[in-house]
Design a protein around this ligand. Sequence first.
Ligand SMILES: Cc1cc2nc3c(=O)[nH]c(=O)nc-3n(C[C@H](O)[C@H](O)[C@H](O)COP(=O)(O)OP(=O)(O)OC[C@H]3O[C@@H](n4cnc5c(N)ncnc54)[C@H](O)[C@@H]3O)c2cc1C
Length: 398
Amino acid sequence: MTARRRPNPPITRSRVAIVGANFGGLRAAQELGSGFDVTVFDPSPWFEWLPNIHELVSQAKRPADLRLPRKRLVAAAGHRFVRDAVTAIDAKRGTLTTAGGAVHAFDFCIVATGGINATYGVRGVERYALPFRSVEHCDVIGRRLAALMKGRKPRSVVIAGGGFAGVEALGEILRRYRSRDNLTLHIVEAGPGLMWGVSPKIDAAVRRHVRAYDVQIHVRSPVAAITPTGVRLQGGRRLRSDLTIWTGGNVAPPLLHAARLAPKPLQWAPVDATLRSRRHDNVFVIGDAAALPVAVPKQAFHALEMGECAAANVRRAAAGRPLRRYRPSRTPLLLAFGDLDTFLVAGRSVVANPALAAGKEAVYQVTMAQIDPPSNVHALGQLASRVIGVTRRLAPPR
Ligand SMILES: Cc1cc2nc3c(=O)[nH]c(=O)nc-3n(C[C@H](O)[C@H](O)[C@H](O)COP(=O)(O)OP(=O)(O)OC[C@H]3O[C@@H](n4cnc5c(N)ncnc54)[C@H](O)[C@@H]3O)c2cc1C
């Protein structure tokens, strides 16, 4: 007698929703294999390489150098890309809702939304200052500056914020326009020095570099308001400005609190050492959006690593295995000051050397090629034009 064969049980793949597809979210998608039914949500069609967006200000790089098409990258990983913002996450029900009104069910959700511009309630920021957080923002700044600097009229540019982004913005403006005698640059910082939280060495080096140019550094000078014609500092001083750049910092997007992942508005979402939300077992939060038990600097490299760890932990959770802890690597940061200098920052130690610019460029080229491996003709073409175009524009004029 032949035994009757039982039909195979249906293989149900766990449904994974990934909210945000830049460093952390995209890497998580690329690490999750075909054993999962993965949908990736992001309102923007482009992956953006944010660590080099300052170079759009001097037009040393072009938007296309810093962007990759998300749909192709997500499809290459075997998943679905939905170009829409997530407006609500109901972790208890395992559903999320998008701005377009779609409701999507998940077993696990990876939240990788990054942050938004911090304005500290300063009047006029959103209306009169240009933000500095995306490829589009910095491209707009680069084009507005180029238009402003066409004539010989005296011009004044104010950079609000003397942190990482503010110093990089100042360096790029000097890269392109330092030979012009009709430009006054102001950089305004609330704290006692530029990049003060990292090391006073950077403040001292920047001051040395700008001595020969019309650059005014205002420290201990919180901004009170931005107006159509300038910037008012607390204490009443006014700086005339033809173009104001706002680099105020990074706070949590409203979704984190609305989804009950963060206790208060503007706060990051607390996670345990495995990157699992403290509030919902089926949600992992990674990259800038996550508040870890021991704080990790908000850097692209850490977001990539967290994407890998979250993907591994979704696999483990789906298989009922214990989760692994996220162990951040010690990665130095490279801060560019145009073509005048580059700072290698490791904790509170700083090394300054213009030759380090090649290191920053190499990190960009290599990581972009890892994110979009040249396995097809589109990726190979994009890699070639990135390398050739950028090399040409960064080369000193002959
Ligand atoms: C000007 C600047 C310079 C920087 N320089 C460096 C540097 O030199 N080195 C370094 O390591 N780091 C640098 N960083 C920090 C680095 O870019 C961040 O740490 C990194 O981008 C964080 O990655 P992430 O994936 O967490 O978030 P992000 O890269 O911010 O990506 C978040 C994604 O989520 C999407 N999203 C947001 N809300 C929603 C929603 N509701 N629904 C769906 N999608 C959503 C966004 O569209 C975006 O694509 C810099 C940042 C800035 C702004």
